[in-house]
Design a protein around this ligand. Structure first.
Ligand code: PLP
Length: 458
């Protein structure tokens, strides 16, 4: 690789990206799944691995154009389906460098400066979360962070663990518990505000077998409702029972940057482990997950000695290895884009973006209420707005909601989220675009109403 060849290929890639975006002209391709498949196959020329290569420029131009034309584009304000953020240009630029440098954080001699940088970023995020002296690691996201946290909790003592979470916690807790062989997660109901019902959990813990250790996965920002479990009360309860508190702040963790909303996370500093995802309210290209553990010794179960990676005498001489922090061996320097972003925007810059998203959610809830065809299901806590299409006379059913959402997808006009709660199909705006405006939200809601009416009439 030379700087000149990279620069020219990046120019080609950016031109193809712009071309693909222009071809798409909206938040996602106006196409059925079959049509998307045909476009990708055509770009591949039906030869994903040709006998003879077609060359760098041609391969980049064809495929970048096709994938950009067929992308769900989180930079478009009508792309509101998921916790899928528009990445900051500065973070994308830093991420390109992470690829170009190809550092690997499993040993000092593959990533000298990046190893230091990851330690500094973890220290900073630990301080921000009120966990000074915490250890941590950059992960592939909330799923990996929660899995790792459950592993650390399981191995912290010999007695068996029993995992509890609210009934609307992210499924990664269930998957993690399953993979770790620690049984099914015990589901705790939520209250009217979609927060884990603490008295209910207290009764479950009182009745649990005496030799089991509770591991409570609290959510600070549920995927659908953005609700935040009562962290101080949960921490106190867990302490009484000698258990472990993991706070899944994959979504809500961004509030730590905001002077206005930081208080909603009070109690996170009482956790044993915390996950944050900066590819949600942190505007990083995926992946930028973070796991923090209050005490570095908690990472002990992951410690490994490999003669070719972290020999003792090297470590004794200060050649630090982060091998023992991660489930991965080869691990790219995702920390670079995070560190560059933290410095570029500062706490205030990031906090203002968080505030903008939460403000827009409040506006959106009012805009839903103002439309007779729509029914608001819950007041927003963070930046999601859960609602349904009820129709002019309130009789539109789940099927209509499902169909209208697919109609918006295949017309390429909007990506609206879909979920279910208490057996009903619901629609959702997930507002992670700090530059989106009230007019953008109005347009998406008008599209939902028009699509709903079209379905009712069809
Ligand atoms: C609350 C919560 N936890 C965990 C996750 C999983 O995060 P990731 O997709 O980064 O693995 C999500 C994803 O949306 C989430 O909303």
């Amino acid at each position: 690789m030379t700087d000149r060849s990279l620069r020219s290929l990046v120019d080609t890639a950016l031109a193809a990206l712009a071309n693909g975006r222009e071809q798409r002209g909206g938040p996602l391709p106006a196409a059925t799944p079959r049509q998307v498949e045909q476009t990708v196959d055509a770009a591949l020329g039906h030869a994903t691995l040709p006998a003879e290569g077609i060359g760098d420029e041609a391969a980049l131009a064809d495929l970048v154009t096709a994938v950009a034309a067929g992308a769900a584009d989180p930079t478009d304000p009508a792309c509101t389906g998921h916790l899928h953020c528009p990445p900051l240009d500065v973070a994308v630029a830093a991420d390109l460098v992470a690829s170009a440098l190809n550092q690997s954080l499993d040993s000092w001699d593959q990533a000298p400066a990046a190893t230091v940088l990851e330690e500094r970023v973890i220290e900073t995020l630990g301080d921000l979360a009120g966990l000074p002296g915490a250890a941590g690691v950059i992960t592939t996201g909330g799923t990996a962070s929660t899995y790792t946290a459950l592993l650390l909790a399981r191995d912290a003592a010999p007695s068996p663990v029993r995992v509890y979470s609210s009934e609307i916690a992210h499924f990664s807790a269930d998957r993690g518990a399953h993979l770790l062989g620690i049984g099914e997660v015990v589901k705790v109901p939520v209250d009217e505000q979609h927060r884990l019902d603490v008295p209910h959990l207290a009764r479950l813990l009182a009745d649990a077998p005496a030799d089991s250790r509770p591991v409570v996965v609290a959510t600070a920002g549920t995927t659908d409702f953005g609700s935040i479990d009562p962290l101080p009360a949960l921490a106190a309860l867990v302490r009484t029972h000698g258990g472990w508190l993991h706070v899944d702040a994959a979504y809500g963790g961004g509030l730590l940057f905001s002077d206005t909303h930081r208080d909603l996370l009070t109690g996170v500093e009482l956790a044993d482990t915390v996950s944050l995802d900066l590819h949600k309210l942190g505007w990083q290209p995926a992946a930028a997950g973070v796991l923090l553990a209050r005490d570095p010794a908690l990472f002990e179960p992951l410690a490994r000695r490999a003669a070719y990676l972290n020999p003792v005498d090297d470590e004794d001489e200060g050649y630090t290895s982060l091998l023992g922090r991660s489930l991965r061996t080869t691990r790219r320097a995702d920390v670079l884009k995070i560190a560059v972003t933290l410095r570029a925007l500062g706490r205030r810059g990031l906090g203002e973006k968080v505030d903008a998203c939460l403000r827009l959610a409040q506006y959106s809830a009012a805009a839903v209420r103002a439309r007779v065809d729509l029914e608001l299901v819950a007041d927003p806590v963070l930046s999601t707005v859960v609602f349904r299409y009820a129709g002019p006379d309130g009789t539109a059913d789940d099927q209509i909601n499902g169909r209208l959402r697919r109609a918006l997808l295949s017309s390429g006009q909007a990506v609206v989220g879909r979920t279910e709660h208490r057996g009903r199909v619901l629609l959702k705006l997930t507002l992670l675009n700090p530059d989106a405006t009230e007019a953008d939200v109005d347009r998406v809601l008008d599209l939902v109403v028009a699509a709903g009416r079209a379905e009712l009439e069809s």
